[in-house]
Design a protein around this ligand. Structure first.
Ligand SMILES: [Zn+2]
Length: 483
């Protein structure tokens, strides 16, 4: 029998310089080991000579190490098997409950609808002995509110479970109803993310029915404005951040990016506004000492330099989304719409560019802002420019703690015969609520349902994986609170 040793580790990728999970495969008798970064981008796939194994391990700064043979040691315990059984028994009821909540419209701006979905979940959490509360948002925030539910205790890890009640489909959307066809469920929020919320509820229900939640501290935070976050963030995200500060771990149930992937890192996002001024004059004078370059040449210099000098770092992207230039411009922020007036024989005096910025760490964000400011400051003759930034989502870095959580999830999945779970490429994941708590706790996201077409009228939920993902969640929570 050929026995393959598989060493799981997290190392600094020599290409991207971020810490990622690595697989090191050692086949006894081989002269080489294969080492590959578990991200889909596979930064580092190489063969290292066996006798340099030790060196390689130190070089790549090991964070954790576990050796598993092809026969995995840990299997489901008797208690865990009971949890699984309960989830199977409750599966039909979970589907009915999902149908019920999907059929209540909860577009972010339908405040009563969001609260109604919250109340339906509240009743369920009350029934399994959670202390629940609805938190209204003040009028200035212009959002519905959040549902929080918690149990208190001192056993194991303190866990925060994150979901959201709202969807992108407002009351006037034609997409309103739950519909089941074979193994596919259609409906607004089936996948993003009422399905994930139902996973949380039915995983906890199974633990409660087996009397396994006693003396554990679990906080559920279902926000009512994830799809369009209420501002100021200091108010709309205060309760979520407070809950994180008293927890050890946060698990996010946003849509899964694949049955065998979880999110250990995701990019943050900020916005930027570039405002350029030039000297208004007859076009015959452009380039002259008196008139200079005009605002449009200056704006194109800046954007071109962003493209040639700032672009290139992994996970860093920035995109100018709209540009207006000429003699006069007007832009309406709330409608993302504007107008420009200008003539070909007049040197333009104004340009505005609105853009976005995505980054993997605060360091990357700050460094990028500094480089952009530097470029903006090198003005062409008789022009001036300024750039301002507005932060919205912070980045969730691939920390050692997050990778350790992934390792636990991976073990759960293997024990359930569901296969390995690897880290999803952070460059491909959009921002979410988990990002707001990433600085305070270890976190994993993307633990929700699988499906397609989120944010479109073709949103679907894959029912073949729904029960399996609920089982995975329940066993993960069980192990974390019994650690
Ligand atoms: Zn979502």
């Amino acid at each position: 029998m050929l026995m393959t040793f598989n060493i799981k580790t997290a190392s600094r990728c020599p290409v991207s310089h971020y810490i990622y999970p690595f697989n090191i495969n050692i086949v006894p008798g081989w002269k080489y080991i294969a080492m590959n970064c578990l991200f889909p981008t596979r930064h580092y796939i190489t063969h290292i000579k066996m006798n340099t194994l030790l060196q390689a391990l130190t070089l790549t700064s090991l964070l954790f190490l576990s050796i598993s043979t092809s026969i995995h040691a840990q299997k489901l315990s008797k208690t865990e098997k009971k949890i699984i059984k309960t989830i199977e028994v409750n599966h039909e009821s979970a589907l009915q409950f999902l149908e019920k909540v999907v059929n209540i419209n909860s577009g972010t701006m339908n405040h009563p609808g969001v609260k109604e979905v919250g109340m339906v979940f509240k009743e369920q959490f009350d029934a399994i002995d959670f202390d629940t509360r609805w938190i209204d948002m003040p009028a200035e925030v212009n959002r519905s509110g959040h549902l929080f539910a918690e149990t208190s205790g001192t056993k194991g890890k303190k866990i925060l479970l994150i979901g959201h009640l709202d969807t992108v489909f407002e009351k006037d959307s034609p997409f309103q109803e739950f519909k089941k066809e074979g193994d596919i469920a259609y409906g607004p929020g089936t996948n993003d993310m009422k399905g994930g919320d139902v996973i949380v509820l039915y995983a906890l229900k199974a633990l409660h029915e087996n009397k396994l939640l006693k003396n554990a501290q679990i906080t559920i935070a279902f926000t009512g404005d994830e799809e369009s976050t209420g501002k100021p963030l200091e108010i709309s995200r205060k309760d979520l951040i407070d809950a994180a500060k008293k927890s050890d771990i946060a698990l996010g149930f946003e849509t899964s990016t694949g049955f065998n992937y979880a999110t250990v890192a995701r990019r943050g996002s900020s916005g930027w506004l570039l405002e350029v001024k030039g000297k208004r004059a007859h076009s015959s004078g452009v380039f002259s000492e008196r008139v200079g370059a005009g605002a449009i040449f200056e704006a194109s210099r800046i954007l071109n330099a962003f493209y040639t000098d700032v672009k290139g770092e992994e996970f860093l992207t920035f995109n100018p989304g709209v540009i207006l230039g000429g003699t006069e411009v007007k832009f309406d922020e709330s409608l993302n719409k504007g107008e420009a007036f200008g003539k070909s024989n007049v040197v333009p005096q104004t340009v505005m560019v609105k853009g976005g910025l995505r980054f993997i760490s605060e360091e990357q964000k700050e460094k990028t802002k500094a480089r952009m400011r530097e470029i903006v400051a090198k003005n062409l003759p008789h022009t001036s420019a300024k750039i301002s930034f507005k932060d919205s989502y912070p980045a969730m870095r691939p920390t050692e703690g997050n990778l350790n959580l992934l390792k636990i999830l991976n073990e759960v999945s293997i024990d359930l015969n569901q296969g390995q779970v690897a880290a999803y490429d952070p460059g491909k994941r959009g921002a979410a609520d988990t990002s707001f708590v990433a600085d305070y706790v270890d976190c994993l996201d993307g633990l929700g349902t699988m499906g397609r077409g989120a944010h479109t009228p073709n949103e679907t939920l894959d029912l073949t994986t729904f029960e399996a993902l609920t089982k995975r969640t329940a066993i993960l929570i069980y192990r974390l609170i019994h650690q």
